[in-house]
Design a protein around this ligand. Structure first.
Ligand code: ZN
Length: 415
């Protein structure tokens, strides 16, 4: 009897030891541009981190094994231009709320990290931190608006107020939110000068952070002048394919000043949004070899319910324009991670946090629209299948982790 018990204990101990991982994702095609991996690999997770990446890891080595044959396994997607906050006092003004609940759009779209792009300035940042950033499943960073009131109203009035650009108050809020605030945002500036951009750059220099610029009005100042003379290496120009930015030479090639800017380290971000993505710019730029550095949504209620839709849809548009799949993944993982000063994210190395997207690449005939009603045809569409955030399976489109319900001995809630 004692011997039977001892051997039973031994079996238990062995199986516990054999199940050294929490989860193993098997038979997927791993793409990790940062670490130059583009091949079939099994990935094991323990304690929320990547524990092993091998050609083969047995299912028995983990408490839960998931077969993802035929699917791609990539770092969790990173979207550095979203709008996930509007202050309660602004709602009270009756301006409506165009921001989106972060997890609702991130989790089912393979997105594990986002950066809010200037929805909040320093006045509302504590509320943003407490109510949204600290409660979401999604990892949320923020570009803080150069204007204290942030994007207080949908008609951009607050962002025209140069008297609400207080660098001391801004810098204090940045110091109080180290590791969360990853840059300064200036947007929708309508004046015939660069005051807002220059103040944002001054704040960026003082706080050692990049600036993200939405250029605003093109008819009274020069985009080229801003790119050439104001932005620093590491600063980000979002809405890169917004009309009528003069990105092209008369014969339709990427303008030399854009190539110069890229060499100097200025970053160009998609920021599709509800008014900032046009194939008339995007296609000749991409065909001319000028891919965006990062693909982002400019997520808000109008863009999420319009032709932008979600990040995988914007990524699919870049595929349709001819950006190779591995580059599309690079522009949605390691590139944006690096732009926001978090190069440890957006990769799948052993020891990295287990933020993972499992993606299906469908092949067929698809069409994609821009914001002028133009379209391009493509042969591929990216469909998110699973999302893992710090090792937790938070999205599973095809119920790969569920069991047939009759066999599952499932416990159902009774109330
Ligand atoms: Zn935006």
């Amino acid at each position: 009897m004692l011997r039977i018990l001892a051997s039973a204990l031994l079996v238990c101990a062995l199986s516990a030891q054999a199940q050294q991982y929490d989860v193993v994702l098997r038979n997927g095609h791993l793409i990790d541009p940062k670490n130059n991996i583009d091949t079939q690999r099994d990935v094991a997770i323990r304690d929320g981190k990547i524990a092993a990446i091998e050609a083969s890891i047995p299912a028995s080595a983990a408490k839960r094994s998931v077969d993802i044959s035929g699917l791609y396994l990539t770092p969790g997607l990173i979207d550095i231009h979203e709008h996930v906050f509007i202050g309660l006092r602004h709602n009270a003004w009756g301006n409506g709320d165009l921001s989106v609940q972060a997890d609702v759009m991130a989790v089912p779209n393979g997105v594990t990290t986002i950066a809010d792009a200037g929805s909040s300035g320093w006045r509302d940042f504590p509320e943003f931190r407490h109510r949204v950033i600290d409660t979401a499943k999604t990892r949320i960073f923020a570009f803080i608006n150069i204007v204290g009131a942030g994007m207080a109203n949908a008609d951009d009035v607050a962002e025209q107020n140069e008297h609400d650009m207080d660098l001391d108050a801004l810098s204090k809020t940045i110091a109080e939110n180290k590791g969360i605030i990853v840059g300064i945002k200036t947007a929708h500036w309508q004046q015939p000068n660069f005051d807002s951009v220059q103040k944002a750059v001054a704040a960026g220099t003082r706080n050692h952070l990049p600036v993200m610029v939405d250029f605003g009005w093109f008819d009274n100042k020069s985009y080229e002048q801003m790119i050439r003379t104001i932005l620093r290496p590491g600063d980000i120009s979002t809405h890169v394919f917004r009309m009528p930015a003069p990105l092209l030479t008369p014969d339709g090639k990427p303008a030399p000043y854009m190539l110069d800017a890229r060499r100097r380290g200025i970053k160009f971000d998609v920021g599709h949004g509800g008014g900032s993505f046009n194939f008339a710019l995007a296609e000749p730029m991409v065909k001319g070899g000028f891919f965006p550095d990062s693909i982002s949504t400019d997520l808000h209620v109008d863009s999420a319910t319009g032709v932008m839709l979600n990040l995988p849809n914007v990524m699919s548009k870049m595929l349709a324009l001819g950006v190779p799949f591995v580059e599309v993944i690079r522009e949605s993982t390691t590139n944006p991670a690096t732009e926001i000063g978090h190069p440890e994210l957006g990769q799948l190395a052993v020891g990295a946090v287990a933020d993972i997207a499992v993606l299906r690449l469908d092949h067929g005939h698809y069409s994609y629209a821009d914001l002028a009603g133009g379209k391009v045809d493509g042969t591929e569409r990216i469909v998110p299948e699973m999302t893992l955030r710090a090792g937790h399976i938070v999205f599973d489109l095809n119920a790969r982790t569920a069991v047939p319900w009759r066999q599952g001995h499932l416990k159902y809630a009774t109330r």
